[in-house]
Design a protein around this ligand. Structure first.
Ligand SMILES: [Fe+2]
Length: 199
C-alpha cells in the first residue's frame, strides 16, 4: 500500500503521549521537512522523502532505550503491519547505520545479543540504500528539533552517548555522506537552510 506524507504525519501525531516524551516526534517532523527540501533540490520526490522522515523513528512510539525492542526493528514491523510497502518500512531499519555497516552507528558497536541482531546485520549489509534512505541518514544527523550543521549535531551525540571504539569511523562516514550530497547538488547543502546562520 502506498502512503502520502499527510497520512504519515497523522500516524506520527497519533503516537503523541505514548512514549516517555514527544521529543522524538518533533525531531521526526524536522527530519521529514529537511529531507523533503533536500529531495526537491535534487529534483526527487519531496513528498516521499518527507513520508520516510515522518516514519523512520516511529518505533519509538513503544518507548525506547534499554529493555525495549530496538526502535528500528519495532518501526519496521509496525509500518509493515499497517500494510504499507517495504519501501516505507525499510528506513526504520537503515537510518542509524552508515556505509552498509551495523557497526557504523552512534553510541558504540551494537551487541550481538540484541533483538533480531542477525536479521538486522544481514539487512544492513545486503540492502542497497535508496537515495531517499541516504537522505534520511543524513537528516537524522542534521536535526534535533531544528536543523543544524552536521558537526554540531555530531558533538551533541558524543556528549549524550560518549566516545566509543567506532566513533571516529561513524564521524568520518557522516562527513562523507554530507559531501556526497554537496557533490550531487553542486553546492553546499547548507545553502538550502538559511536558518543555520542563526543556529
Ligand atoms: Fe532513530
Amino acid at each position: 500500500m502506498e502512503c502520502t506524507s499527510k497520512q504519515a504525519l497523522e500516524i506520527l501525531n497519533s503516537a503523541r503521549g505514548m512514549a516517555k516524551d514527544d521529543y522524538w516526534i518533533e525531531h521526526s517532523i524536522c527530519v521529514g521537512k529537511t529531507a523533503g527540501k533536500i529531495a526537491e533540490a535534487l529534483n526527487l520526490d519531496g513528498d516521499f522523502a518527507k513520508t520516510l522522515g515522518y516514519f523512520y523513528d516511529i518505533g519509538k512510539r513503544n518507548g525506547y532505550g534499554p529493555g525495549v525492542i530496538p526502535h528500528g526493528n519495532g518501526g519496521y514491523e509496525y509500518i509493515l503491519s499497517l500494510g504499507y510497502d517495504k519501501k516505507y518500512a525499510s528506513v526504520c531499519l537503515t537510518h542509524s547505520y552508515l556505509n552498509n555497516d551495523i557497526n557504523c552507528v552512534a553510541g558504540g558497536i551494537p551487541k550481538s545479543d540484541r533483538y533480531n541482531y542477525v536479521f538486522t546485520k544481514n539487512y544492513i549489509e545486503n540492502h542497497e540504500y535508496s537515495i531517499y534512505e541516504k537522505i534520511i541518514n543524513l537528516c537524522d544527523l542534521l536535526c534535533k528539533q531544528k536543523v543544524m550543521v552536521l558537526e554540531k549535531r555530531l558533538v551533541d551525540l558524543i556528549i549524550r552517548y560518549g566516545v566509543f571504539s567506532n566513533t571516529v569511523y561513524h564521524l568520518t562516514e557522516a562527513q562523507k555522506l554530507k559531501k556526497y550530497f554537496d557533490d550531487k547538488l553542486g553546492y553546499n547543502l547548507y545553502t538550502l537552510f538559511p536558518e543555520l546562520i542563526n543556529n
